[in-house]
Design a protein around this ligand. Structure first.
Ligand SMILES: [Fe+2]
Length: 240
């Protein structure tokens, strides 16, 4: 759990794919957003209830089944407003009840906590990360020592290269990464500084090398749980 004076981030690992479901709790108003409600999401609803927190919003990093299959359950118990990027809604094509569709750079407020929505395409066309305070909720864009696959429908490794380059350039090293899956159980969260040093997907300077590593090399040579990979090791693995 990450806590500042203003908000806390509660994480639960749920379901057969090590998904993280997050609760972003604004302290002053005791309201919260649930991020990527899926699987046994009742557990997060119970946690909110126990702590006297009202869930007002649902934030979606992207529309893959393993991140959204608990939306209906949340809506049965709350009147939460759904937020996602317009480009992801278009890609998904699902009819949602009064969603609020955003563009990259938009901000929303949960109580008094401001959250910036970043458009981070690559895993899907409308993937989003949520930036609040010093924390980044990254969905399947960036994992601890990994990144989202780009070979599924709507995936694009060239877009992912650009996305990761921007994240690396724009977010301070002390930013805490909260990924969409727990693929590195020894370190369920990390800092951007540690990722810049040990995440192989942040080591490539040329787009074509990144694309080859993501699409051809990575899944052959690396499996979860992910551990740190140095830049030298990442570049060397391209020769195999
Ligand atoms: Fe996904």
């Amino acid at each position: 759990m990450a806590t500042t004076n203003d908000f806390s981030i509660h994480a639960l690992e749920l379901g057969p794919m090590e998904n993280f479901v997050y609760l972003l709790h604004d302290h002053q108003t005791d309201t919260a957003a649930i991020v990527d409600p899926a699987w046994d999401v009742e557990k997060m609803l119970s946690l909110a209830r126990e702590k006297g927190i009202r869930i007002t919003d649902i934030l979606l990093t992207h529309s893959h089944h393993d991140h959204v299959n608990g939306i209906e359950t949340v809506l049965e118990h709350t009147d939460a407003q759904i937020h996602l990027l317009k480009s992801e809604a278009r890609f998904w094509g699902k009819t949602l009840i009064k969603p609020r569709l955003h563009h990259g750079g938009d901000s929303i407020k949960i109580g008094n906590t401001e959250i910036e929505i970043l458009h981070t395409p690559g895993h899907t066309p409308g993937s989003a990360c949520f930036h609040l305070g010093n924390d980044l909720i990254a969905g399947d864009t960036l994992f601890v020592f990994g990144c989202g696959r780009c070979d599924l429908k709507g995936g694009d490794p060239e877009e992912m290269f650009g996305t990761l380059k921007r994240i690396k350039a724009e977010l301070p090293g002390h930013t805490i990464l909260h990924p969409g899956h727990n693929y590195s159980p020894a370190e369920p969260t990390s800092t951007m500084e540690a990722q810049c040093e040990g995440n192989p997907f942040l080591h490539f300077d040329r787009q074509e090398d990144f694309v080859e590593y993501r699409m051809q090399v990575h899944d052959r040579i690396r499996h979860t749980p992910y551990e740190a990979v140095s830049k030298t090791e990442a570049i060397k693995s391209m020769d195999r």
